[in-house]
Ligand binder design. Structure first.
Ligand code: NAD
Ligand code: UDP
Length: 329
């Protein structure tokens, strides 16, 4: 039991026994929404970011909140702060961004995990790793349960990210076994929503921005590859649920099992934006997974969570957000 569990002065503002949360990658898409959630729940939040793909504007609305602090720091460097709860999200998530400097991506995944795990070990903090469905590679099992070990190329263009995240999971598992650190690992499947970068390079943002600008939608391959898209609010409900659950050290998939071809997504975006954009076929990038869908039985049985937002419902606020930040072409 952590000393925090026995301290009657902690957790007064909330039922939660922890007070100080660190969010690495906190100025990014998911991290900034997580900062909002944690502030709402009465935490003091330290948002750490090197601003590679994150932006100050994502957390600007929190700047005057006394419970919020922003720190420019790179997770590849050690950190010594007082903290009770760590969410390790720092890492570029879009193939375009993580392939831009693949060595740095691997350093961020491995050294970042190591530095944050050391912090958790020394401070007795609970720590969550934002892992990914990419640990399954181009999956031979469908849908993907956590028990599936994956089909990953070790030397391809996606490997810096896939193997980096797999290595970080290994570190989390070993810090738990070897030092008893209170770890959580969530494997996040494609998630979308407001605050994604317009030039992020991921498919939902690319298609919406292209449709709003009247530019051709860049469809890679024949568009028959599939993904399962989760709306950000649902994702955060699940992430908080896993962090709250006691003694969950094995990986947990979180995502929406609704599965769509990329062609179907293109058609939905065109209809929803009332766009006259055409569809332009481009080559499929190397090692692009052919299909992906989470088996979410584990998260359901652990937390009772299941996603509430359909793709059609989630695209509406996402399109509205992009309309507010993107000028029509
Ligand atoms: P994002 O690119 O918007 O956020 C990543 C954040 O990490 C950015 O703010 C970036 O500046 C920061 N960062 C990157 N390298 C860093 C470093 N070395 N030190 C400090 N900060 C650093 O991406 P996101 O979609 O918000 O993803 C957040 C996390 O969730 C990532 O770890 C990603 O791998 C994981 N994830 C996301 C998805 C998704 O669909 N959104 C899917 C699977 C996994
Ligand atoms: N994709 C596409 N056009 C784009 C961007 C992506 O057709 O402009 C495809 C990509 O080839 C992949 C799918 O959409 O099959 C999801 O790509 P994304 O980069 O969003 O995520 P990931 O491949 O990491 O799941």
């Amino acid at each position: 039991m952590s000393p925090l569990d026995t301290n009657p002065h902690l957790g007064k503002r909330d039922y939660y026994p922890f007070k100080r949360a660190l969010v690495t990658g906190g100025a990014g898409f998911l991290g900034s929404h997580l900062c909002d959630r944690l502030i709402e729940r009465g935490f003091e939040v330290l948002c750490l970011d090197n601003f590679h793909t994150g932006r100050k504007v994502n957390v600007a609305h929190l700047a005057d909140n006394p419970a919020f602090e922003l720190l420019r720091h790179d997770v590849t460097e050690p950190l010594d702060i007082e903290v009770d709860l760590i969410f390790n999200l720092a890492c570029p998530a879009s193939p375009v961004h993580y392939q831009y400097d693949p060595v740095k991506t691997m350093r961020t995944s491995i050294l970042g995990a190591l530095n944050m795990l050391e912090l958790a070990r020394i401070k007795g903090a609970r720590i969550l790793q934002a892992s990914t469905s990419e640990v399954y590679g181009d999956p031979a099992t469908h849908p993907q349960p956590e028990s599936y070990w994956g089909n990953v190329n070790t030397i391809g263009v996606r490997s810096c990210y896939d193997e980096g995240k797999r290595g970080s999971e290994t570190l989390f598992a070993d810090y738990h076994r070897q030092y008893g650190v209170d770890t959580r690992i969530v494997r996040i499947f494609n998630t979308y929503g407001p605050r994604m970068l317009p030039d992020d390079g991921r498919v939902v943002s690319n298609f919406i921005v292209q449709a709003l600008r009247g530019e051709p939608l860049t469809l890679y391959g024949d568009g028959q590859q599939t993904r399962s898209f989760c709306y950000v609010d649902d994702l955060l409900d699940a992430m908080m649920g896993v962090m709250d659950a006691q003694g969950v050290h094995e990986p947990v998939n979180i995502g929406n099992p609704g599965e769509f071809t990329i062609m179907e997504l293109a058609e939905k975006v065109l209809a929803m934006t009332d766009s006259s954009s055409t569809i332009e076929r481009l080559p499929l990038p190397p090692d692009d997974p052919a299909r992906r869908r989470p088996d979410i039985s584990r998260v359901k049985s652990l937390t009772g969570w299941e996603p509430k937002t359909s793709l059609d419902e989630g695209l509406k606020p996402t399109v509205a957000y992009f309309k507010s930040v993107v000028k029509a072409g």
